[in-house]
Design a protein around this ligand. Sequence first.
Ligand SMILES: [Zn+2]
Length: 315
Amino acid sequence: MNKNFLLILVLVFVSFNAMAGTPVPDFRVQQVADHTYVVFGPTQTPNAENLGFMNNPGIIIGSDSVVIIDPGSSLESGRMVLRQVKKLTDKPVTHVFNSHIHGDHWLGNQAIREAYPKAKFYAHPEMIRKAKESEADSWIKLMSKLTEGATEGTRAVIPENSLADGDTFKIGGLTLRIHIMPATHSYTDAMFEIVEDSVMFTGDNVTYKRIPRFNDGTFRGTLAMTEKLISANFKHYVPGHGPTGDKKIVESFRKYVATLYGKATVYYEEGLSDFEMKDKIVAALADYQQWPGFNENVGKHISLAVLEAEKASFE
Ligand SMILES: [Zn+2]
């Protein structure tokens, strides 16, 4: 072998590895209902240790095909989800549904496209628009930064099919119904009901034992959405982050939002500024102080709640 050829081989190998992400280890899969499985991600924000994987991908197995909901934060997260599918069934993945724009939920699409080029991808039309506009790129960069490069090699596979509230899909003998309300977690949220299993995938409209971001959504929209979810009384709710459960998990999350927003509104009307009300609201949220994300987010949530209360007072 001549020397130059060897050098090129070495360079190709080195640059290939520099681009590659770190494989995500297999996470626990739980069967939630007859056809529905969930791969549980850690509830910490993306970091070098969890390799960016932190959400709850769903696997729904029908008579002749598989549906995946939110295959994680990176190419390697998506590959890990597919390894879990293979342990359960040989049926092909035909449909992928994404709950919203935040990259920890959908950047794993790439792995599904890679393995199943014919699979169809669906999301809220605003999610598709924002991803194309700039958010896909910024989420890819953010994930790589937060994980110190563990998600390198991830490329955006943006869904090409738009969802609307009430859309119903018949896939492999199962019924998947789409639920959309405006202005909840991110203005791009879709939720997925597996009718035969009485399972509702809420995306980040509900999180349990994990405090979510509210930067891109509204408290009032979240309260309206969670009220609707509770009254629907599904057997199982799969939150965007944290353990699954019955409607009690939605009630628990809703109480955080109702307490925070309710108190912020009252104190705002009394003329308090956000830093003056912070200690009182934190004390009222004692039950949530152990939830990951509480300390990092509660101050910001109070500021956002005051802004929203101020806006509401002009309506
Ligand atoms: Zn989110």
